[in-house]
Design a protein around this ligand. Structure first.
Ligand SMILES: Cc1cc2nc3c(=O)[nH]c(=O)nc-3n(C[C@H](O)[C@H](O)[C@H](O)COP(=O)(O)OP(=O)(O)OC[C@H]3O[C@@H](n4cnc5c(N)ncnc54)[C@H](O)[C@@H]3O)c2cc1C
Length: 432
């Protein structure tokens, strides 16, 4: 039998970008040719939890756009890119029937489903060498664990310790490297919303933001929010808003599938501060990106406990599973018009503001007293920016079984008075 050609694989997962890509940068340094790969994993599109899909139509559309954009960016660098639908381990097996896979470059993961998937690939391709990178963090684990032995329970102590002599790794200059190795031919699948069993849909005209996936759109949004409009300079005052495109950055959707890197955002903030001046608002965006990191470090430390009913602190959580109440919450038919408006926004657009998310989650856990995991699973299906660490981290936090032991309940009436005093938001979503 002729020897198989040796190749490496650059496996994209939640790092759908060509700029600041450690994996792409490293794959380019190797002598062997490589094939870039993205798999729409079949299990992921059919699995359900608490009756909800793992991914709904909003995120699926966004993901399709992100992968298409990645394809175009990789083509500019002449990098061969394979897009497949199926079980990821089967795709790896199929490739290994034609080629000897020597190394797999990808993002490091530690949450349950991601770890299980990597284990299936390891079993299918036992001899491959894995080169994993922590490209999803703002503050690299090497720095964090040099500073801290253990991740503190409270965000404030995490932030204060990390901010002392904060060191952010430089960006990887990966987007201009040209691929000059032999092309690897492998036939991609044609994948669409329809082939993934979703109906096509129009964006609701009331949406807070008409999201489009992909690195190019992410960078466009960044330049709009920063230099074009200088909205960043008012971020701290506007970030609790509910209506409109610019009350917050809306970066989360691109951060979640990795088409935008938080390190890139950081350096863009620094450039912005040099040009337009630093203030509380420019700092506050970094502060929020540290919250994002914090929840990643919490999941890294507590692993699967973030999915457990009693959470990371083993707090007893008494819950009900009242289907009628949950249905009312989902469909915006509770006793609170503020909660209802937020839930209708989510249902119709895949988006909800941070203020809205805090209120509806607190209402679900503390007032309706339902199992927080059901609320989190509904968010997982619906949110365009769903991210395992931020979603489950925030839900355990609000359910009182995470990093906040204070038994706090948001009062939706008071919150509506504070953040929607003119009822603009409620009128937008509740009007007949
Ligand atoms: C119950 C609940 C569930 C959530 N689920 C998700 C989720 O699945 N995916 C997700 O990205 N965020 C989630 N968040 C966090 C937050 O609501 C969103 O990140 C934010 O609303 C996104 O809007 P933005 O990008 O305009 O935020 P901005 O206010 O512009 O903030 C900038 C960035 O900071 C990070 N950030 C801000 N607030 C938080 C926070 N509380 N926790 C973690 N990171 C934060 C995000 O990456 C965000 O894009 C959740 C919050 C709650 C209360």
């Amino acid at each position: 039998m002729p020897e198989k050609q040796k190749i490496n694989i650059l496996w994209f997962t939640k790092d759908l970008r060509t700029s600041d890509s450690e994996s792409l940068y490293k794959a380019m340094q190797e002598d062997l040719p490589f094939l870039a790969l993205y798999v729409f994993d079949a299990d992921f599109f059919v699995q359900k939890q608490f009756g909800f899909r793992k991914i709904g139509k909003y995120r699926t559309k966004f993901l399709l756009e992100s992968v298409e954009d990645l394809k175009q960016n990789l083509a500019k660098q002449k990098i061969p890119f394979l897009i497949k639908y199926g079980k990821t381990e089967d795709v790896f097996k199929e490739i290994s029937e034609e080629f000897e896979i020597v190394k797999i470059f990808c993002q490091e993961e530690w949450t349950k489903e991601e770890v299980e998937l990597q284990a299936k690939i390891e079993k299918a391709i036992p001899n491959a060498i894995w080169e994993k990178s922590y490209s999803q963090f703002l503050v690299h684990p090497l720095f964090v664990f040099k500073t801290l032995d253990k991740i503190p329970m409270l965000f404030t102590s995490f932030r204060q310790k990390i901010e002392k002599n904060l060191l952010i790794r430089p960006e990887f200059e990966s987007e201009d490297l040209m691929y000059d190795k032999p092309e690897i031919h492998f036939k991609s699948d044609t994948i669409s919303l329809k082939s993934l069993c979703f109906e096509d849909f129009e964006t609701d005209e009331r949406t807070a933001f008409p999201f489009s996936g992909g690195e190019n759109e992410a960078l466009k949004r960044l330049h709009h929010y920063f230099s074009e409009t200088q909205n960043l300079s008012q971020y701290k005052q506007t970030r609790n808003g509910l209506v409109g495109r610019d009350y917050s950055s809306k970066f989360s959707a691109w951060l979640s599938d990795g088409s935008l890197s938080s390190v890139t955002i950081y350096y863009e903030i620094k450039k912005y501060e040099e040009e337009f001046g630093a203030n509380d608002s420019t700092y506050w965006l970094i502060f929020e990106l540290l919250w994002r990191d914090f929840f990643r470090y919490i999941s890294l430390q507590y692993k699967d406990l973030i999915f457990w009913k009693n959470g990371i602190n083993h707090q007893k959580y008494f819950v009900e599973n009242n289907k009628a109440l949950i249905q009312k919450w989902k469909n915006g038919k509770t006793d609170s018009d503020f909660v209802n408006a937020n839930m209708l926004e989510l249902k119709n657009t895949g988006w909800m503001s941070n203020r809205g998310r805090q209120n509806v989650a607190s209402y679900f856990c503390k007032i309706l007293k339902q199992d927080w995991r059901i609320g989190a699973a509904y968010f997982e299906e619906m949110l365009i920016d769903y991210d395992v660490h931020s979603n489950y981290g925030n839900w355990v936090y609000l359910a009182g079984v995470g990093n906040d032991n204070r038994d706090r309940t948001f009062n939706p009436e008071k919150q509506a008075e504070m953040f929607d005093s003119n009822q603009k938001f409620r009128r937008l979503w509740l009007k007949k």
